[in-house]
Design a protein around this ligand. Structure first.
Ligand code: VGL
Ligand code: ZN
Length: 205
């Protein structure tokens, strides 16, 4: 299946299309900009459109620079579980945190900011990385009558993956349009993400 039968009860969830995840950004995802024309074309077709924005305070605990003797992409134990350490990225108010200039943001009704608490990261648009603290998105979507979440954006293996899995956990149907996503792909993480999403009934297109 390459085309979706779009419903008014769908929500297009556009995840983290921000400068720091694009070329020359601090956590650049390979070929990230290639997805933007696809996403812009999609955003005109959906009644409900939500953007997410990774939004960290300076010195965030997910930054390798916040930990003595730790390197980027190493994993550390946090009270809420294992946490991968990242280059500083998407710092609140910075150029890197802004949406990419080519992304059409006009169709969006809501922007969910996440990762704004210093001590905890948030990959998913629904829950922080403790998998307990909600962002409020599930309630918003339910009140709006949304039944299915269509996920696109960055990065396939982190924020897209956890958002799609949590959409299923919250009882929504979930679809990931792969041509409108790109992954970081650390040690096979793209394939792990695909398997994890399929396991919980996410449709990968
Ligand atoms: C993301 C790593 C750290 C993402 C955000 O948007 O996938 N990945 N922060
Ligand atoms: Zn982040």
């Amino acid at each position: 299946m390459s085309q979706l039968d779009i419903q008014t009860t769908d929500c297009l969830l556009i995840i983290d299309v921000q400068n720091d995840f694009c070329t020359d950004g601090s956590l650049a995802v390979p070929d990230a900009e290639a997805i933007i024309p696809h996403i812009n074309a999609l955003s005109h077709q959906y009644t409900n459109v939500v953007l997410t924005q990774d939004w960290h305070p300076a010195g965030h605990s997910s930054f390798a620079s916040s930990h003595a003797d730790r390197k980027v992409f190493e994993s550390v134990k946090m009270p809420y579980g294992d946490q991968t350490l990242w280059p500083d990225h998407c710092v609140q108010g910075s150029e890197g945190a802004r949406f990419h200039i080519a992304l059409n943001t006009e169709a969006a009704q809501l922007i969910i900011r996440k990762g704004f608490r210093r001590a905890i990261d948030s990959y998913s648009a629904f829950y922080e990385n403790d998998h307990e603290t909600p962002t409020g998105l599930a309630g918003y979507l339910r009140e709006r009558g949304v039944e299915r979440v269509i996920c696109v954006g960055l990065a396939l293996d982190y924020c897209v993956r956890y958002s799609a899995v949590d959409a299923r956990r919250e009882g929504f149907d979930a679809v990931v349009i792969e041509q409108a996503c790109r992954g970081i792909d650390i040690e096979g993480s793209n394939d792990q993400a695909r398997a994890a999403m399929r396991d919980v009934g996410v449709t990968l297109l």
